[in-house]
Design a protein around this ligand. Structure first.
Ligand SMILES: [Ca+2]
Ligand SMILES: [Ca+2]
Ligand SMILES: [Ca+2]
Length: 432
């Protein structure tokens, strides 16, 4: 009863970095050029300007200093979630070419922002969006399958236009009286890549009372583009839908169709990725990520007639016997015209981001021919023992090679409640 749930719950220690940057006289500190004085103190620890410092669990973020519960400069106390997010350090593999990741703060809310996709130009961001801790919700649904009560789980903002049936009139087809929680496709945009993203908006492809997500777009070179996404269907298994548009990424104007029975079966189809190779040839990646699946693997299917028909899906060769989850495949062509397959896998314990380079760049004639698999982003750690990063995944790249992905972080067990344990936010790592 959901899509794109990153699997969680593993952790790796990743040491705090010491700092020997300039210290400050008591009562005043400088961070990013801003002076902060009221209520902020620094005495014993060294303070670093650009967001890094940490000793004894204090942290600096955006010019605000916090030392065990002190106030931020705008007068608001940081919540535990604020501290966990500001102190999270996903780990970039040396030599991967990426800078230290940063959180996309305007789109990293207490809602569940999963299934991330960034447009080629970096100006539009899409997610599977649900204002709740999806892990706690899925667990609850497992023990309360009939009309599970929703209200206690709402965390973060509901998107304008979303109907959870928390108030009359009740519209849901099951007659549930305590609400119906479901995800939407959310979209955020910005005028240039130097700007922050706007807040999330509900995408017009979203439907009431079903789980929508997995949005991906593919430019066709003729003024049209293809949108694909996943949606839960009557038996609560996802199918993949497709619509060819000519106007804009959002709102979508045409009516989506379910991909052929070659692709969509009674089983789970999730995390779709579509790539156009030439005027007639397309390749589709997807996986069977779903509740209770013992082995999630990435499939590929090709079309030689511009999407009119699709080959019988095959398993990608990079799926690992060591992993119970290989998922979220994403194709990327770099500036030297080399093709890469990015994906997520728990082959080293936690779900992390990997890639493999194509051996000959002949994706039409020799698609499944990938060189050595290498890790790109590992989970890293949350500094100060505030929590853990349980997973990183959902890789998506802009045409200039910047990597967007999600980070799943969890509170320490003693801080978790029945409704609030983990969150997931969009991050990115710039190509250096
Ligand atoms: Ca979030
Ligand atoms: Ca929905
Ligand atoms: Ca299905």
């Amino acid at each position: 009863m959901r899509t794109t749930l990153c699997a969680l719950v593993w952790l790796v220690a990743y040491g705090c970095s010491d700092s020997s940057e300039p210290t400050l006289a008591d009562g005043a500190l400088v961070s990013d050029g801003a002076l902060v004085s009221d209520g902020a103190l620094v005495s014993d620890g060294a303070l670093v300007s650009d967001g890094a410092l940490v000793s004894d669990g204090s942290l600096v973020s955006d010019g605000a200093l916090v030392s065990d519960g002190a106030l931020v400069s705008d007068g608001l106390p940081l919540t535990l979630w604020d501290k966990i997010k500001a102190n999270s350090r996903p780990h970039v593999t040396a030599g991967s070419g990426f800078a230290q990741p940063k959180r996309l703060e305007t789109v990293g809310t207490l809602a569940w922002e999963d299934g991330l996709y960034v447009s080629d130009d970096g100006l539009s961001l899409f997610s599977f969006y649900m204002p709740a801790d999806l892990i706690k919700w899925v667990s609850f649904v497992g023990t309360h399958p009939i009309c599970p009560a929703v209200a206690n789980f709402i965390r973060g903002e509901a998107l304008t236009g979303t109907d959870f049936d928390l108030q009359p009139p009740l519209n849901n087809p099951w007659g549930c009286t305590d609400g119906v929680l479901h995800s939407e496709i959310a979209v955020a945009s910005r005028p240039t890549t130097a700007d922050e993203f706007s807040g999330w908006k509900r995408h017009s492809l979203s439907k009431d009372f079903v789980y929508d997500g997995g949005f991906v777009s593919s430019l066709n070179g003729d003024g049209t583009f293809d949108l694909i996404f996943s949606q839960s269907t009557d038996n609560n298994k996802n199918d993949i839908f497709w619509v060819r548009e000519s106007a804009s990424l959002s709102p979508a104007l045409a009516s989506p169709v379910s991909l052929s029975a070659t692709i969509n079966t009674d089983a789970q189809q999730d995390n779709p990725h579509l790539e156009r190779l030439d005027a007639k040839n397309l390749v589709l990646l997807f996986d069977n990520h779903g509740i209770g699946d013992a082995d999630t693997q990435i499939r590929y299917s090709v079309s030689g007639d511009d999407g009119a028909s699709w080959s019988t899906p095959k398993l990608l060769s990079i799926n690992s016997d060591m992993a119970t989850e290989d998922l979220q495949g994403h194709l990327f062509k770099d500036s030297a015209h080399n093709w890469w397959l990015y994906f997520s896998s728990n082959r080293a314990g936690q779900v992390e981001i990997y890639r493999a380079k194509h051996r000959n760049n002949d994706l039409i004639g020799d698609f499944d021919n990938w060189a050595v698999v290498e890790k790109v982003i590992g989970v890293g750690a949350v500094l100060g023992d505030l929590g853990v990063i349980a997973a990183v995944g959902e890789p998506s790249l802009t045409s200039n090679g910047d990597l967007y992905f999600v980070v799943v972080y969890c509170k320490e067990a003693t801080e978790q409640t029945a409704y609030d344990s983990c969150d997931i936010d969009p991050w990115y790592a710039a190509l250096e």
